[in-house]
Design a protein around this ligand. Structure first.
Ligand SMILES: C[S@@+](CC[C@H](N)C(=O)[O-])C[C@H]1O[C@@H](n2cnc3c(N)ncnc32)[C@H](O)[C@@H]1O
Length: 381
């Protein structure tokens, strides 16, 4: 690929991220996130920095994290004032942001390149638990009391493993509150369309374990700082990450280091047989190569027990050309449209019962879980 083609590809990725996180109807608090990614697309120095990052390291996202990390460390004035910190609320955005960012990038280009070379983009978005809980409502509809063994694939720091320790506020035609009313983590999600089967209580989680090639220890200050930098600069995301970090540190859950395709069978074999096995993947399978996704799907019926796989991932290939579900499920046209417009989570449920596999795409989700759109079941012909 020529350097110009690389720049064009990275530019398109940055614009797709801006459009996915902050579409025209997004809450205004997402405007800074969109502006940051549009600046990466438009500014020569930022685009060169992003284009120098290998494509599998998610160039615009990794660069955004490097900018946030360095800005938190150096506190440059006025750039640092634009970024929210826990409890700060969303600082106002004005025409000064772009020039401040451009000046910062020029002054610190070498340091930003070094940060990108030394780190991977590791965003852990606890808000996606609200998407997963909606599917759990679907999963447990017939047997609400059956305890669950939760396996979070690509768990990062393990925020998704604590989904029974959060409180949830779904706002739509009706508002629904679920979960621990005393939790410091309050996840708010707007129901944009449809009627997701939000459960009235969070199912009991009898066992939980996370798998990650690089599990992250939130007791390490450097890890916490880098993960905080990977969070989009939106006040709700920043606050819930800080609150969820405290929950995870109070309730450490087992994290297995390893490739999820290689380790999932062994991990599942050790979980209590009476539980319903629920595998969760949020923004993980989208990054696996095609053959690894196929290998994962093929091994599920061979695990020898009933299970559910809940996925919240954009269609593949990642980007506007995405057409296929990472779970190999039939894809409604609405999901194709949404992924064409910007990065969007496609919410799917795949079930294995007595070795038979079935499933359906259930909904669409904002990448930071600001909204959920539930799709109607296809009508039998
Ligand atoms: C974009 S992050 C998503 C983290 C989390 N699931 C969430 O939604 O907040 C992707 C995570 O998957 C992990 N990962 C990527 N490929 C993996 C693999 N083959 N096996 C296990 N973990 C993997 C990465 O290390 C990273 O923590």
């Amino acid at each position: 690929m020529s350097p110009d083609d690389v720049r064009t590809r990275v530019r398109d990725q940055a614009l797709g991220i801006a459009a996915g996180w902050s579409p025209p109807d997004a809450p205004p608090t997402w405007a800074l996130t969109a502006e940051l990614f549009r600046a990466i697309a438009d500014d020569d120095v930022l685009l060169d920095l992003a284009a120098a990052i290998p494509p599998d390291r998610l160039p615009p996202l990794l660069l955004s994290a490097a900018v946030r990390h360095l800005a938190a460390r150096e506190a440059p004035d006025p750039l640092a004032r634009y970024f929210p910190t826990p409890g700060s609320g969303q600082p106002s955005l004005d025409d000064g942001f772009r020039p401040a960012l451009a000046a910062f990038a020029r002054e610190h280009a070498d340091t930003l390149a070094g940060l990108c070379a030394a780190h991977r983009y590791q965003m852990n978005e606890v808000g996606r638990s609200a998407d997963v809980l909606a599917v759990l409502g679907d999963v447990t509809e017939g047997a609400p009391d059956r305890p669950i063994a939760l396996v979070d694939l690509g768990t990062g720091a393990g925020l998704g493993l604590q989904l029974d320790r959060y409180r949830y506020h779904y706002a739509g035609a009706e508002t629904v509150d679920v979960g621990d009313p005393d939790s410091p983590v309050r996840l708010t999600c707007t129901i944009r369309a449809g009627d997701p089967p939000i459960p009235t209580t969070v199912p009991t989680i009898a066992a939980r374990v996370g798998i990650d090639v690089e599990p992250l220890d939130l007791d390490e200050p450097d890890v916490r700082d880098w993960l905080a930098a990977c969070i989009p600069p939106e006040t709700g995301a920043v606050d819930r990450f800080a609150a969820a970090t405290a929950v995870v540190r109070t309730h450490p859950a087992p994290l297995v280091r390893g490739d999820l395709v290689d380790t999932v069978a062994k991990v599942c074999a050790e979980l209590p047989p009476e539980t319903l096995l629920v595998l969760v993947d949020t923004y993980v399978h989208v990054f696996l190569p095609d053959d690894e996704r196929a290998r994962f799907r093929d091994l599920l019926p061979r695990l020898g027990r009933d299970l559910e796989w809940i996925s919240v991932d954009p269609l593949v290939p990642l980007g506007p050309e995405g057409r296929e579900s990472v779970q190999g499920l039939p894809v409604p046209e609405r999901a194709v449209e949404a992924c064409r417009a910007g990065v969007t989570g496609v919410v799917g449920r795949l079930s294995v019962r007595d070795g038979a596999v079935s499933g359906r795409v259930l909904g669409l989700a904002h990448p930071g879980a600001a909204w959920l759109e539930w799709l109607d079941a296809p009508q039998p012909r």
